[in-house]
Write a protein that binds this ligand. Structure first.
Ligand code: FBP
Length: 553
């Protein structure tokens, strides 16, 4: 047997030619819309970004001739968590640049934003790009979470750009990374460095979206992978009829992933963090809700089911939110805490230094979860929610609550739970056709924005529920998406994170149907694996979230 170095599917996918919007299939002309303002705090944002604020939204249209453009060198950075399709953004950017001029060059900064600061880079050639087309992962140049936010870093970045002759940097990242792209663009514009900065909307979390950015790339594929797994688990539960599966889904803060997976698989229960916060629910309320569902299903003879838990839940429970904020302040650069050698000592230290209310909440959660809440923050100061095993916490508390209910005769049944966490399984999956096409288009759009001399823009490809040929490509000034938020004790200009809107169509659809899905076992949907070849109905469907958001009333 011949041993292949890549799988047959990978081989076939390497030949896939991603679909582009009609306008990007040849020379483009640029159409400028009206001047823009930020979504909030206009005066302050304008003062902070005098050189990049207020630029118009740009749309690219088909043109007859390609104007002669000067040769450009571009650097690209992958920032933050992996998301399926990142390689195609780079391939689209590379192909776009080469179509503009065969002598254009693309450099990749290695290991995320730190590659720019530490001058670690590689030139991306045809051979390298071809090996990564339509593949998942960010391993072509690696990614990292270094925060680009001080002038020393910016100056080091400018130095390597001048040394290599780089005229533009493309930063592929989430809301924090694109906020930093905007700050970098402003800094280089102010210092007349001659380096453009373009952002690109990435994150499986789906929380970098607004009127102009319909979805971030990677959300589609990641949700489809998780939904396949949830469907498989539901089929197993339906077959053996003995387990409750508690499935925690990535997504840091927003519950978009959990909601999309619920829309795709119809679980018996899906908790939405934004609803928990709006209803000011306590942990005990959530546990009661789960226990009531289990008790009522037991009455029908169903001692099994599926429960989806969003990763960020813990931060949306009001009392927990206060506790986490206190822990953030208490533990930031706390040498005293870090010097305590054992878990129990650290736990006691925390209890003594919290307010009485938060100390009570901290004491009410199992020590293992308490420990997870005190682990290191990420470079952006966020609790690493992916390390907090909320699903195990809920299982323990539900078990306890059910035994209380049993003692009172309110529950007759058997509760056996299995915990799962789906996150890393989906972040590097082979991109769906949607993400392969969308990412390639985003990269291609970035090359046109660079060629048009733009800076401080994020690539925007819209009309995404239509066939790819009808997508609308262009750029949106990043300042347009900004407002001021309180971060680490200061008011900072940031891109507004999009949480699940409780009056939005995806949540409303879910809320209309969840009672039916709670009851039986006939409503489960089993989506199966992502398909790449076959009818568009099976292979090219966008997420249910996007379909519902764009559905006409
Ligand atoms: P980005 O926001 O950078 O895209 O990352 C998203 C994410 O996958 C979250 O869903 C998750 O909480 C986090 O990254 C995990 O971070 P890490 O990769 O550092 O473990």
């Amino acid at each position: 047997m011949k041993v292949n170095e890549i799988s047959p599917l990978q081989l076939e996918r390497s030949l896939y030619q991603p679909k582009l919007p009609e306008a990007l299939k040849g020379p483009v002309s640029l159409k400028e819309g009206a001047l823009t303002t930020s979504i909030g705090d206009q005066e302050t944002i304008q003062n902070l970004f005098p050189n990049t604020y207020g630029q118009p939204v740009i749309t690219f249209e088909k043109a007859d001739n390609q104007p002669v453009t000067p040769i450009v060198k571009v650097g690209v950075i992958l920032s933050g968590g992996q998301a399926p399709g990142g390689h195609n953004v780079i391939a689209g950017l590379f192909d776009g640049l080469k179509a503009l001029h065969p002598d254009n060059q693309l450099y990749g900064f290695l290991g995320g934003p730190s590659g720019l600061v530490e001058h670690k880079y590689v030139e991306l050639t045809h051979d390298i790009i071809d090996a990564y087309r339509n593949t998942g992962g960010f391993d072509i140049i690696g990614s990292g979470r270094t925060k680009l936010d001080d002038s020393e870093q910016f100056d080091k970045g400018a130095a390597i750009c001048h040394q290599l002759g780089i005229n533009a940097i493309v930063i592929i990242g989430g809301d924090d990374s694109n906020t930093n792209a905007c700050i970098l663009a402003e800094y280089y514009a102010k210092k007349k460095e001659g380096i453009q900065v373009i952002g690109c909307p990435k994150t499986i979390d789906g929380d970098l979206k607004n009127e102009m950015i319909e979805t971030s790339f990677g959300f589609d594929t990641a949700c489809k992978v998780y939904s396949e797994l949830i469907g498989n688990i539901q089929r197993d539960a339906n077959s053996s009829k003995k387990y409750y599966h508690f499935i925690r889904l990535m997504g840091r803060s927003a519950s978009h992933i959990a909601l999309e997976c619920a829309l795709e698989t119809h679980p018996n229960l899906c908790i939405i963090s934004e609803e928990v916060e709006a209803k000011k629910m306590t942990l005990a309320d959530i546990v009661n809700q789960i226990a009531r569902l289990i008790a009522s299903r037991a009455k029908e003879g169903h001692n099994y089911g599926s429960i989806l838990v969003p990763e960020g839940l813990i931060e949306f429970i009001p009392a927990m939110k206060v506790l986490i904020a206190e822990l953030n302040d208490l533990l930031a650069h706390n040498g005293e805490f870090n010097a305590i050698p054992n878990d129990e000592g650290r736990r006691q230290y925390v209890i003594q230094h919290l307010t009485p209310e938060s100390a009570k909440v901290f004491q009410s959660i199992p020590p293992a979860i308490g420990k997870q809440l005190t682990l290191d923050r990420d470079p952006h100061g966020n609790v690493q929610v992916s390390l907090i095993e909320t699903e195990k916490l809920l299982i323990e508390m539900t078990k306890h609550r059910l035994s209380e209910m049993k003692a009172k005769g309110e529950y007759k049944g058997k509760f056996q739970a299995v915990n799962h966490f789906f996150g890393y399984e989906g972040r590097c999956a082979t991109p769906s056709n949607f993400d392969a096409d969308y990412c390639y288009s985003l990269g291609n759009t970035a090359s046109s924005l660079i060629s048009a001399g733009k800076t401080g823009y994020i690539t925007s490809v819209r009309n995404l529920t239509a066939p790819a040929s009808e997508w609308i490509a262009g750029g949106v000034p990043i300042t347009m998406m900004m407002n001021l938020e309180h971060r680490h004790g200061k008011e900072k200009p940031v891109i507004k994170k999009a949480l699940v809107e409780l009056d939005g169509k995806p949540f409303r659809f879910f809320a209309q149907h969840r009672d039916e899905w709670a009851k039986g076992n006939k409503h489960y949907i089993f989506p199966g694996p992502i398909q790449y070849g076959g009818s568009a109905e099976v292979c090219d469907q966008p997420t249910k979230t996007l379909l519902l958001e764009q559905e006409q009333e």
